[in-house]
Write a protein that binds this ligand. Structure first.
Ligand code: MG
Length: 270
């Protein structure tokens, strides 16, 4: 009898908690990041994309109608994300090298739908492992400060294990690349991307989602994937309405590995 009483009491208390607690919690979209879970919750480790050795280097002069974002001379087309002052990354010998102390940079101009070409170099002396090895990123639309927006991951994924939806060529934590087409550190690599910007209704809801097609060193790695929202480190991706035109951003990732370099960056507006 006594045991039954406590069982009933415990059951009543549990029932109360089960109904009362969820009603007191804010919806996930309003919860602080700490309540959205851990970064590990959104890591995917398998299947591991197979390795494809790319063919000839995919570099060359831009087409005649391209908007040149970097031609080897200066960062006139770029600003610092945090205060919109002139971009302070280093330019020497025709290449840009990330200056991690000065943060992310983005284009002065905004773009909606486009084709983009970019080349990057993981230094031959790269150190570190997993996400702390040559990490940078190409944000196809920069929708705010820091890492806000839609990131196509840049990382040294040549013999470097990490979660597959965070390896080089992933749409960060949404789509692993179809294959791993990385070149060795010390060799120039290319991304060629087609970006279809999301569009939004007047009330901020999604009218049409974003799509990405991408080639890594000439090899297809993303085949018109439909994005689930902005790319985020913690929690579920969500769309946040913007005008559909946004700067293109490059990431200064905080890991201690030697900085990577860029050259030959251009876009064709569609
Ligand atoms: Mg990154």
């Amino acid at each position: 009898m006594r045991k039954h009483f406590f069982t009933t009491l415990a059951f009543t208390a549990l029932s109360f908690l089960a109904t009362a607690v969820p009603a007191q919690q804010p919806p996930a979209s309003q919860a602080p990041a700490a309540n959205r879970g851990k970064p590990e919750d959104t890591e995917v480790w398998e299947p591991v994309p197979k390795i494809v050795t790319p063919g000839v280097p995919t570099s060359g002069p831009p087409p005649s109608d391209a908007v040149i974002l970097f031609d080897g001379n200066n960062l006139d087309q770029w600003v610092s994300v945090k205060d919109k002052s002139p971009a302070k990354w280093k330019v020497a010998s025709g290449v840009i090298t990330v200056d991690k102390s000065t943060g992310n940079i983005e284009t002065k101009r905004s773009f909606k739908n486009y084709q983009l070409h970019l080349e990057y170099l993981i230094p031959e002396n790269i150190k570190g492992e997993a996400q702390a090895r040559g990490n940078s990123g190409l944000f196809l639309a920069s929708t705010g400060p820091g890492d806000a927006g839609y990131e196509l991951q840049i990382l040294d994924s040549y013999n470097n294990k990490t979660y597959v939806n965070g390896q080089a060529g992933s749409v960060y934590k949404q789509y692993p690349p179809l294959v791993n087409a990385c070149r060795k550190p010390g060799e120039w690599q290319s991304y060629d991307v087609v970006w279809t910007a999301p569009t939004f209704n007047a009330d901020g809801s999604v009218k049409t989602p974003a799509y990405v097609t991408a080639f890594h060193n000439g090899v297809l790695i993303q085949d018109r994937v439909e994005l689930k929202g902005e790319t985020v480190y913690i929690g579920k991706p969500e769309y946040k309405a913007y005008s559909s035109s946004a700067p293109i951003k490059l990431q200064a990732h905080g890991d201690p590995s030697p900085p990577i370099s860029f050259r030959n960056i251009w876009v064709r507006e569609l």
